[in-house]
Design a protein around this ligand. Structure first.
Ligand code: ATP
Ligand code: MG
Length: 348
């Protein structure tokens, strides 16, 4: 039976992953769970944010459910000791190169969106962001020019293979949805983007049923607020995806609602809410567990091949919201656990 690693992390991470675990247990009592601290919690216990036993568990498990890491008390530590190093280490060690972020507005939450109601209602898209290349990982540094001026540089680069594998994830995701893929680049200016476009067009030959379009990133940013309903799946590089996925999430409502997946192409994935550890509300049982619960649904869909169960969880969340179940971030007063109860009661 499937083994699910739970890495709760810091702040509200343990509170929201506990609710996600209850939902997974309700789906199948035979699931196995093992838990290890990561982030600040692991630093306090073991002196490092990603201890070997947590990494070993993540590698051994069929999928990883991650909470959130980070706390201001660790800000002064050197980068490798900060909580955030846990996520970067896991991405690297598990080869997680594809970040999937669905952005969808649940009925009843229209007022939480940054957009006008009629525009917000139309959002139902997935951003597929490349996670291991681009300016984040190219050659970088600072130097002094001949004129004695300081200069910083970050090389933007992608290999064909890197583009091909993320493009495939984009097309495959589109095949499971509305069969429309928009590849976002800046091919009018960037060499990287010209290669990106060539490779995406090459991969398209394997997916004749998917309608492929290309859009410059500046236009994509505009269309995301003007007419987000026109998008089904967006595939893009690390930098553009970072920016567009945060933008899309604000269009779709509360940060407490949105899940994400980081995948490696062999079925292994790490699933986490897009929100952080929210130290300001940690320990108060106020956190919205929906993003973590929807992340568990993505885990079932992408790592365990249980799309029907994922559908059931997503429907239960929608039903609970339709009935008026709301945590404080959504303008209600339910505790984290009571919101979990409301969703569990709809699972049927
Ligand atoms: P990170 O850098 O880890 O992304 P952050 O600084 O962007 O973290 P978050 O931890 O995501 O910030 O919190 C941003 C705000 O959203 C905070 O006010 C927090 O309380 C609120 N928030 C985040 N997640 C939730 C949640 N699940 N339920 C309710 N409120 C939340
Ligand atoms: Mg953040």
């Amino acid at each position: 039976m499937a083994l699910i690693a739970i890495l709760p992390g810091d702040g509200i991470g343990p509170e929201v992953t506990a609710e996600a675990r209850r939902v997974l247990e309700a789906i199948d009592p035979a699931f196995g769970f093992e838990t290890e601290p990561v982030g600040g919690a692991a630093y306090l216990e073991y002196g490092q944010p990603l201890p070997p036993q947590a990494l070993e568990l993540a590698k051994r498990a069929d999928a990883v459910l991650f909470g959130a890491v980070g706390d201001p008390q660790f800000d002064a530590l050197a980068r490798p000791f900060r909580p955030e190093a846990a996520i970067l280490g896991l991405r690297k060690e598990l080869g997680l190169f594809a970040n999937l972020r669905p952005a969808k507005l649940f009925p009843g939450l229209e007022d939480a969106s940054a957009l006008k109601r009629e525009v917000a209602e139309s959002i139902d898209l997935v951003i597929v962001r490349e996670l291991t290349g681009d300016v984040y990982f190219g050659e970088k540094g600072q130097r002094t020019t001949a004129d004695g001026e300081r200069e910083g540089y970050d090389l933007m680069s992608y290999t064909e293979g890197e583009v091909r594998r993320i493009a495939r994830v984009g097309f495959e995701t589109a095949m499971t949805r509305g069969r429309k893929l928009c590849s976002v680049d800046k091919a009018n200016v960037l060499e990287t983007s010209q290669l990106w476009r060539d490779v995406v067009i090459g991969v398209a030959a394997d997916f004749p049923e998917v309608e492929l379009t290309h859009m410059y990133v500046d236009n994509a940013a505009m269309q995301l607020v003007r007419n987000p309903g026109a998008f089904d799946v967006i595939v893009t590089g690390n930098l553009f995806g970072d920016i567009l996925s945060d933008q899309a999430s604000m269009c779709a409502g509360s940060i407490g609602m949105l899940p994400s997946a980081a995948l490696n192409g062999s079925g292994k994935g790490m699933y986490e809410p897009i929100h952080g550890s929210a130290p300001d509300i940690a320990g108060e049982a106020k956190a919205n567990p929906c993003a973590a619960i929807l992340s568990a649904a993505m885990l079932l869909r992408h790592s365990l091949g249980r799309g029907d169960d994922a559908d059931r969880i997503e429907a239960a969340v929608a039903d609970a919201l339709r009935d008026g179940a709301r945590t404080a971030d959504l303008g209600g007063s339910l505790s984290t656990g009571a919101m979990g109860d409301a969703i569990l009661s709809k699972l049927g």
